[in-house]
Design a binder for this molecule. Structure first.
Ligand code: GDP
Ligand code: IMO
Ligand code: MG
Length: 434
C-alpha cells in the first residue's frame, strides 16, 4: 500500500478540510504532516460546521484513525479547545486520535515571540496568524525545541523554564510591553497558566511513534491519506519567500513529516479554487482591487477560518498552478468553489506573466522582489451564469463550465477528478471513472 496525499496548490484555504472529509471513507488513516494551528480547515455536513486547526479532517468519519504526525507543531491550548468543540458538537474524540511523540510543542513564549517579531517588522510584516509557527519551527531546526514526548519526562519543567527564560531574554531586547499582547483572550501569564492546564489534555491522548505506526499500517495493507495544511505558494522553500509559512507544504513534506519513504507515495491530489485567494502580506499577481474582487470575497465568504481576516481575492493564476503541480507531482486535480463564479459574465485566467517587459510562463525569482514590473496576461472565458446547486453529475455542467474545466486539464495535463459546488459535504461532483 501507498500513502495518498491531499494538499493545497495556492496560498491555502483551497478547501482541503472539506475534501479530506469527503475522501476519508475510502481510507483507514488520515494523517496531518506539517503546519500547526495556523491552519483552519472547514467541514460542513448535516447543517453543522466545524473548523479544525490541528486535528486531521478525517475525525468525523467513524472508524477512521487520525494521526497528528511528527512534522506538525502543537499548541496544547488550541488542541484542547478543538477537542472540546468537537465533543460539544457530538463528535467522538478518543482512541481515534493519535499523536506523534516527535511533534514539537508551541510554547506561549513562541506565540509571544511571533507577535513581537511581527510588530517589529512594521510595514514589512508577513501577516502571520500569530500562532507561534515561525519561532517554534526555528527552535526545532536550531535543536532547542520541546516535543510532545518530552512532556512526560521528569526533566520537562526544568527544560520548559530554561527555554522560557531564553525567549523572555530575546523579547527584552525589543521595546515592548508583553502585557499588550492577548492570546485567545488571555494576557501572557494567564495564557501560560491555561497552556499548562491544557498540557494535561494532550498528555491524556494516546501518543505513538508515528513513523513506525504508519509504516506498519502500510505493511498490513491499510490505506492512508496525508492531509496538507497551507498551500504550495506558502512553502518555506518554493513559496513567495519571505511571505510564506515555516514548513514544507509540498508533497516532499509528507516524507519528513510522517516518516514515509518517497517510494511509498501514491496519488497526489492537488486542490485549488476556481479563482485565487491569499490572506496576509506578499505577492499576488492576479489580485483584484475592484468590484469583481469584492464580489469574489462576498460570494465566496472569503474571510479567514483561523483569524477572520478578509482574504485578498483574484483570478486563477495558471503559471503558479502549473508550478505547484510540478513541485508536488500532482496526479489528480480538485477544483473548489466553482459556484462562486456563477454570476460572473466573464471569467479571467492569468495565463502567463509579463516581467519587466518579458513574457514568462514560469514563476520567476523576481516574484517576491520589490520594484519588479510584474503583470499577469489574461485569457477571458464566458461565465456560465447559472446556479449549480441542482447538478448531480459531471455531464450536467453548463457548457461554459465544461470548457473552463477542459482548458485547465489541457493546460496542466492533469485530470480534474472532483469539482466542488458548495461548502457542504454533499455538494461534490466526481468525474466518471474512466
Ligand atoms: P482549507 O484551509 O483548505 O481547509 O479551507 P478553509 O476551510 O480555510 O476555506 C475554505 C472555505 O470555503 C470554507 O469556508 C469552506 O466551507 C468553503 N468551501 C469549500 N468548498 C466550497 C465550495 O465548493 N463552494 C463554496 N461556496 N464554499 C466552499
Ligand atoms: P490552511 O491550512 C491561508 C499564511 C498567513 C501568513 C503566512 C505566514 O487553512 O490553508 P504563519 O502563521 O504560518 O506564520 O503565517 O501564511 N497562512 C495561511 N493562509 N491558509 C492557511 O492555512 C495559512 N497558514 C498560514 O496568513 O500570510
Ligand atoms: Mg484554511
Amino acid at each position: 500500500m501507498k500513502v495518498d496525499v491531499l494538499l493545497g496548490l495556492q496560498w491555502g484555504d483551497e478547501g482541503k478540510g472539506k475534501i479530506v472529509d469527503v475522501l476519508t471513507p475510502r481510507y483507514d488513516i488520515v494523517a496531518r504532516f506539517q503546519g500547526g494551528p495556523n491552519a483552519g480547515h472547514t467541514i460542513e455536513f448535516e447543517g453543522k460546521k466545524f473548523v479544525l486547526h490541528t486535528i486531521p479532517s478525517g475525525i468525523f468519519i467513524k472508524k477512521s484513525i487520525n494521526v497528528i504526525g511528527n512534522g506538525v507543531i502543537i499548541d496544547p491550548f488550541i488542541l484542547r479547545s478543538e477537542i472540546n468543540k468537537l465533543t460539544d458538537g457530538g463528535v467522538e474524540v478518543g482512541k481515534n486520535l493519535l499523536v506523534s511523540r516527535k511533534a514539537h510543542l508551541i510554547m506561549p513564549t513562541h506565540r509571544l515571540l511571533d507577535a513581537v517579531y511581527e510588530q517589529a517588522k512594521g510595514k514589512d510584516k508577513i501577516g502571520s496568524t500569530l500562532k507561534g509557527i515561525g519561532p517554534t519551527y526555528t527552535d526545532k531546526v536550531s535543536r532547542s525545541g520541546l516535543r510532545v514526548g518530552d512532556a512526560e519526562s521528569g526533566e520537562f519543567e526544568k527544560r520548559y523554564q530554561k527555554a522560557r527564560k531564553r525567549y523572555l531574554g530575546i523579547i527584552r531586547q525589543f521595546d515592548t510591553d508583553i502585557n499588550e499582547f492577548v492570546f485567545e483572550g488571555y494576557k501572557f501569564e494567564e495564557y501560560e497558566q491555561q497552556w499548562m492546564n491544557a498540557l494535561g489534555t494532550l498528555k491524556s491522548l494516546e501518543k505513538i511513534n508515528s513513523e513506525y505506526f504508519l509504516n506498519n499500517a502500510l505493511a498490513e495493507g491499510k490505506k492512508i491519506l496525508a492531509e496538507g495544511a497551507q498551500g504550495t505558494m506558502l512553502d518555506i522553500d518554493f513559496g513567495s519567500y519571505p511571505f510564506v509559512t515555516s514548513s514544507n507544504t509540498t508533497s516532499a513534506g509528507v516524507c519528513n513529516g510522517l516518516g514515509i519513504p518517497p517510494s511509498k507515495i501514491g496519488k497526489v491530489f492537488g486542490i485549488f479554487k476556481a479563482y485565487c485567494t491569499r490572506v496576509g502580506s506578499g505577492p499576488f499577481p492576479t489580485e483584484l482591487f475592484d468590484a469583481e474582487g469584492a464580489e469574489l470575497r462576498k460570494t465566496g465568504n472569503e474571510f479567514g477560518a483561523t483569524t477572520g481576516r478578509p482574504r485578498r481575492c483574484g483570478w486563477l493564476d495558471l503559471p503558479a498552478l502549473k508550478y505547484a503541480i510540478m513541485l508536488n507531482g500532482v496526479t489528480d486535480l480538485i477544483m473548489m468553489k466553482a459556484d462562486v463564479l456563477n454570476a460572473f459574465d466573464k471569467i479571467n485566467v492569468g495565463v502567463n506573466y509579463n516581467v519587466n517587459g518579458d513574457t514568462s510562463t514560469e514563476v520567476p525569482f523576481e516574484f517576491s522582489m520589490e520594484g519588479t514590473d510584474f503583470k499577469p496576461v489574461y485569457k477571458s472565458f464566458n461565465g456560465w451564469k447559472q446556479e449549480l446547486s441542482e447538478i448531480k453529475e459531471y455531464s450536467q455542467f453548463p457548457k461554459a463550465l465544461a470548457e473552463y474545466i477542459k482548458f485547465i486539464e489541457n493546460e496542466t495535463n492533469v485530470p480534474l477528478k472532483i469539482i466542488s459546488i458548495g461548502p457542504d459535504r454533499s455538494e461534490t461532483i466526481e468525474a466518471p471513472l474512466k
